[in-house]
Ligand binder design. Sequence first.
Ligand code: NIG
Ligand code: FE
Length: 447
Amino acid sequence: MDSTSPSPYRMRIKNARIATCAGHGSTDEARLDLREHASIVIERGTIAYVGPDDDCPAGMYHRVVDVGGRLVTPGLVDPHTHLVFAGTRAGEFRQKMEGVDYRTIAKGGGGIGATVRATREATDDSLTASVLARMRVLASCGVTLVEIKSGYGLTVEHELRLLRIAREASHRRMETAASRDNPKLAGQLLPRTTTTLLGAHAVPPEHAHDRAGYVELVATEMVRRASELRRLGLRETTLADACDVYLDENAFTVEEARTILTAAKAAGLRVRAHVGQFADVGGAELLAELGGLSCDHLEVVSDEGLRAMAAAGTRAVLLPVAWRTLKQRPPDAARMRAHGVAIAVGTDANPGTSACLDPLAALGLAVRDAGLSPSAALLAVTREAAAAVGAETGRLEVERDADLCVWDHDDPSVFGYVVGGLRPAWAISRGMTLVGGPEELGAAVFR
Ligand code: NIG
Ligand code: FE
């Protein structure tokens, strides 16, 4: 993850309803931790105070903003995207809507393979331009951190290229942040990024007759090069923070995933996987065994798998637009919660199964389809989403990054209630304005 230098400003937001998402306790309400008549102080990009208005430290503030009882939440985290891709698959979508099965389309040369061909042919500049455009949409939704996977390159060089493009997208953000606190820059910052190697998204055509060779390549050279420190611009960084595997029937097997993820873990990458999108092949148990951050999709998962995940603290990442596009039966959030599995929700932004860049629209579907409770909803796109990518954000607590959103609403059930178009009036990333501003309060669309 990148480390933007923070704003020197000292700012106070007061008269807010703050959902810190940092509460303790077993219920979602307790974890949501809604505070009335509350203030938050931001100092050097970090939260210096969060608590009652009346106890807020006096002293010099560059700016004090009264938000009139409106909601303040952590910045949103999109924990699962495939943002680096070229080409549309709208034609394939038409087929799907006519009832053709996803796997039939893939076998006919469509699916992931179609996007791999288009992405390999695309220039760095055009991929970068589209990633930045997608990130700007996410920023407008209040996303302050986005996870971006590779997975449409499927050779060592192409996978590393996609990771580099994803990494550099957040560096762009820092160039514009260089003259911070300049109001003219509002809207030019981008969400921070965390990157994930998904070399095991599909077996590429070159390895069609050598699956084992491809798995070996991912587990050795790809993992090694994605996890080695390198100089990128002014900083030393790895290209990837985590490693993902598409673990499913007709994708990678548990044993193949074990080989890749064990190597990734040994190389210092965090591990997670696409699990149970179509069939339960034991992926949840494997990820729990490896201490994985998350199992994503989980339309199909056994009680044993959920128990193992709960014991290991592995999160479920629900991807509602994918189950909608594939016309699948949604997972049951209440069953997951009953097993003690924490739930995050992501867009799964990709050209095949989830052409969506609105995390709160995805959340609205999760509430409706999977029965995610309204109290769990906000947690699923903040605290739990951050935990699903291993990030120290998604909670409003002293000393954490000042990533937050001010909404033109006062009822937290607005998250889930509104499906699409819900935007923060003001989003702040490490103390800097990402989008909007207090002057945009007072024009709510569903209030
Ligand atoms: O998360 N399931 C695998 N990966 C994507 C789909 C990618 C694609 O179809 O291009 C997903 O749904
Ligand atoms: Fe995905």
